[in-house]
Ligand binder design. Structure first.
Ligand code: 2DT
Length: 212
């Protein structure tokens, strides 16, 4: 490796756990400390594939369930060359949702098993750290109403939460559960500590492939 690579850091969690807020805070803190870092989010709604996904999530179009699952995965794969380039250049990527959301959301639908849902994402860049922002459904409810998008219903979110619990049993992924019911600043402190460790470890390790 010509220079020390950046780390691939993913934040996952159920709705209203504070993922996007925490991604932004982490990004700013890393940049302030002089570490090159950029943020990405999935789905990336700006690409051609992302626009199809966005219309689906906004209930402006209907897509068959397998089809939309594969589009979410394709939306990650289309970013892989850019992700690898950035990581190799030493930039740490802070990513708001990744393949784990992909599997948790689709496998929460009737008729889908975890293995089928994982298969299109096998071989994606393996995150160095996946932080799961844990918040109980009752605490999430206190943070306000759900939005209007397709998956923003409490029964479905509960099923998604269960699928995340199943995914977290997989020891091939570096999961870290974060207590998201703390204050925004305390959650940030936890996230920063785990991220700095991951960045230090990643420097001397080759990027691995997810679920392979
Ligand atoms: P936000 O843009 O508000 O995060 O919501 N989803 C996400 C999937 O079903 N599959 C995926 O692969 C990904 C990344 C989670 C996006 C919604 O899309 C769901 C909520």
């Amino acid at each position: 490796m010509a220079c020390k690579r950046g780390a691939l850091i993913v934040l996952e969690g159920v709705d209203r756990a504070g993922k996007t807020t925490q991604c932004k805070k982490l990004l700013e803190a890393l940049q302030r400390s002089g570490r090159p870092a950029e943020m990405m989010r999935f789905p990336d709604r700006t690409t051609t594939i992302g626009k199809l996904i966005s219309a689906y999530l906004e209930n402006k179009s209907d897509l068959e369930d397998h089809t939309v699952h594969l589009l979410f995965s394709a939306n990650r794969w289309e970013m892989v060359p850019l992700m690898k380039k950035k990581l190799e250049q030493g930039t740490t990527l802070v990513v708001d949702r990744y393949a784990f959301s992909g599997v948790a959301f689709t496998s929460a639908k009737p008729g889908f098993c975890l293995d089928w849902c994982k298969s299109p994402d096998v071989g994606l860049p393996q995150p160095d750290l996946v932080m799961f922002l844990q918040l109980s459904p009752s605490e999430a409810a206190l943070r306000g109403q759900f939005g209007e998008e397709r998956y923003e219903k409490s029964d479905f979110q509960r099923a998604v939460q269960n699928k995340f619990q199943q995914l977290m049993k997989d020891r091939s992924v570096h999961w870290q559960v974060i207590n998201a019911s703390q204050s925004v600043e305390d959650v940030h402190k936890d996230i920063m500590t785990h991220s700095l460790n991951a960045i230090n470890l990643a420097q001397n390790q080759a990027l691995a492939e997810l679920w392979k």
